[in-house]
Write a protein that binds this ligand. Structure first.
Ligand code: NAP
Length: 231
């Protein structure tokens, strides 16, 4: 039985990770904002509350991230940490705002960095640390998405990729594996209903990919099928 911590666990891909890891017998630590826990996660907890633990954190707050880490420390050793929570601003050039940039950078790149730092001693020696990145983070592929009003989002995910790479190099002499994975275009509140894959499909692929990761994958950026993506 693995111990898996998932942020943004109350809906979308995060809920999907909780459901599928739970179904395969793992212990899931589901992290939601305070008072944001929704019915589907509570229903899962009702099935076996020893294998679903719900912890709260608002990823806008370093104090809240530290409190989350303190609640994990000494109680759990994490085999998988999934930095899944994310936000996506939808502001075209000409309508950019400081608030949207700050929000996207805080939740999408700063919070995962601070959370990894705070949880470092709670990671198993062979832990896998996964950042939910995005194809729009790729600078090499930026011409594909140039017209989409996703500037703050794309920049914050590129920063998340840089964090992934830097942490991977700093932990290179350990057995831990740190990766950025793009889930593809998925039917969630963020992805919308026209997206090409369901949560169940994307999460199933990513869980399979995570289980196959080894040290050679440390510091890489890949899609949900395991194909390397250019930075
Ligand atoms: N869906 C796609 O097509 C797609 C494509 C590429 C990458 N991704 C990435 O995949 C990840 C999951 O996306 P999704 O589609 O499942 O998104 P989603 O349906 O919009 O869910 C986002 C999750 O993040 C949580 N969250 C946001 N701000 C938070 C905060 N300040 N503190 C704590 N939790 C917070 C939300 O909690 P609340 O309910 O409390 O807001 C929610 O659980 C994201 O990192 C996203 O960038 C998604």
């Amino acid at each position: 039985m693995k111990t898996v911590l998932v942020t943004g666990a109350n809906r979308g891909l995060g809920l999907g990770f909780c459901q599928q890891y739970f179904a395969q017998g793992d212990l899931v630590i589901a992290v939601c904002r305070p008072n944001a826990c929704q019915k589907a996660l509570l229903a899962l907890k009702a099935l076996d509350d020893k294998r679903i633990r719900i912890l709260c954190a608002d990823l806008h707050s370093q104090a809240s991230i530290s409190q989350l880490a303190a609640n994990v420390s000494g109680n759990y050793t994490l085999d998988v940490l999934i930095n899944n929570a994310g936000v996506s601003a939808n502001e075209p050039f000409g309508q950019w705002t400081q608030d949207a940039f700050v929000d996207n950078f805080m939740v999408n790149s700063i919070a995962p960095s601070l959370l990894c730092q705070a949880l470092i001693d709670s990671l198993a020696s062979r832990a896998k640390v996964i950042q939910l990145s995005s194809g729009v983070a790729s600078i090499s592929h930026s011409n594909q998405f140039a017209q989409a009003p996703l500037d703050a989002y794309a920049m914050s995910k590129a920063a998340l990729n840089m964090f992934t790479r830097r942490l991977a190099l700093q932990l290179n002499d350990t057995e831990k594996v740190i990766c950025a994975i793009s889930p593809g275009w998925v039917q969630t509140d963020m992805g919308g209903q026209d997206a090409t894959s369901t949560v169940q499909e994307a999460v199933g692929q990513i869980i399979g990919l995570i289980s196959s990761l080894n040290k050679a994958d440390n510091g890489t950026f890949m899609d949900e099928k395991g194909t390397q993506l250019p930075w």
